[in-house]
Design a protein around this ligand. Structure first.
Ligand SMILES: NC(=O)c1ccc[n+]([C@@H]2O[C@H](COP(=O)([O-])OP(=O)(O)OC[C@H]3O[C@@H](n4cnc5c(N)ncnc54)[C@H](O)[C@@H]3O)[C@@H](O)[C@H]2O)c1
Length: 341
């Protein structure tokens, strides 16, 4: 199979490397808005490149979109028009309205689409989901999720990222749906700015926190920060009436105990999302190959991407208006499919 990648930046080059090592991939082609960027990245990874995305579409069997969030919508539409099974990095689009339009297109189209929420393919998040679904935790009363990055992305990235909730905590939002199997009902969120000045200047926050009340009454807290230089800390705790599970609770945990004589965790700490989620990205892209071959349905649809984006929009509105926001105030409620998956 020939896979084309649109966007040869950080995650594009990384996915190119992952794809070259997956069985069944005959060729990986990189394209970028800047041909030199594609050429350099292709040379570094050892794959081929195309002078532009349009010509690449004619010589591939499936498309992977890793360009900035603001360009996802046009490229998803191009993938569908070319009849190419398409994987697109999160978030689906920069605006919820465009994401909703793409979800409607997905329903009318025969072309399979997969959105890049790699935590669905992480062994820990999968076990947590199974633990909830099995009933062995009893009823779930509380979930705590966090995504703390070691350093902010560059200023150019921040300007088009959509903000902390849509860009970073959106991974938590999808994981909350995926693990609990329930949709969010009400959001209340706050944000702070004590760190890098270009984040505040872009009308964004470097740190955020919030609460969801889920449709079944489960209470969820989440937090996120771009300024956690001690280590990349991505976790989820699920607490039930009969038991609990924690994702990300291992020797690499970026926390220091305040208790005497407690040396745990012993490290080494994880530095960034690429180290933390390498196996998950491999399983995720292997799953996309199965989708592209027509062997399985998409494990993370545009609709899933819309639901996570609606949670992000609710948090953003809540933070700005300093009030709880019901999810049914947010556009796209009519798309609902009857429960998270
Ligand atoms: N799943 C994850 O964990 C994860 C991690 C990082 C980034 N992402 C997502 O991946 C996307 C890219 O992030 P990044 O960090 O690699 O950004 P980046 O800025 O490093 O790279 C983006 C690349 O796309 C190119 N580009 C711009 N417009 C284009 C177009 N129309 N067609 C083709 N290429 C174009 C740019 O020149 C650049 O080389 C973002 O949407 C981000 O949210 C997801």
């Amino acid at each position: 199979m020939r896979i084309g990648i649109a966007g040869a930046g950080r995650i594009g080059a990384y996915h190119a490397n992952t794809l070259t090592n997956l069985p069944g991939v005959d060729e990986v082609v990189l394209a970028d808005a800047f041909p030199d960027v594609a050429r350099r990245a292709a040379e570094e990874v050892g794959v081929t490149y195309s002078a532009n995305v349009e010509t690449m579409l004619d010589r591939i069997d499936a498309l992977v979109i890793t360009s900035p969030t603001t360009t996802h919508g046009d490229l998803i539409r191009a993938g569908i028009a070319a009849g190419l099974p398409t994987f697109c990095e999160k978030p689906v689009a920069a605006s919820l309205d465009e994401a909703i339009e793409l979800a409607r297109l997905e329903r009318r189209s025969e072309v399979p689409l997969q959105i890049g929420f790699q935590r669905r393919f992480d062994a820990g998040y999968r076990r947590a989901r199974q633990a909830v679904a099995s009933g062995r935790l009893g009823f779930i009363h509380t979930v705590r999720a966090c995504s703390l990055d070691t350093a902010p992305p560059p200023e150019d990235y921040i300007r088009v990222s959509g903000g902390l909730f849509r860009d970073c905590n959106i991974h938590d939002f999808d994981a909350i749906r995926y693990v609990t199997g329930v949709e969010a009902k009400v959001a209340y969120a706050v944000g702070g700015n004590k760190g890098t000045s270009y984040i505040a200047e872009a009308d964004d926050i470097d740190t955020g926190m919030g609460i969801f009340t889920m449709a079944d009454g489960t209470l969820v807290t989440f937090s996120g920060s771009r300024e956690n230089s001690y280590g990349h800390d991505v976790r989820m705790e699920v607490h039930g009436s009969l038991g609990d599970v924690a994702v990300g609770l291992d020797e690499s945990l970026a926390l220091v105990s305040a208790e005497q004589d407690v040396a745990w965790p012993t490290g080494p700490r994880v530095v960034n999302f690429m180290d933390r989620f390498l196996p998950a990205y491999q399983v995720e892209l292997a799953a996309f190959l199965d989708v592209a071959r027509g062997q399985t349905a998409s494990p993370c649809t545009v609709f899933d991407g819309v639901q996570a984006l609606r949670m992000a929009d609710a948090c953003d509105r809540s933070r700005r208006e300093e009030r709880p926001v019901r999810l049914d105030e947010i556009a796209g409620a009519d798309l609902a499919e009857g429960g998270a998956r």
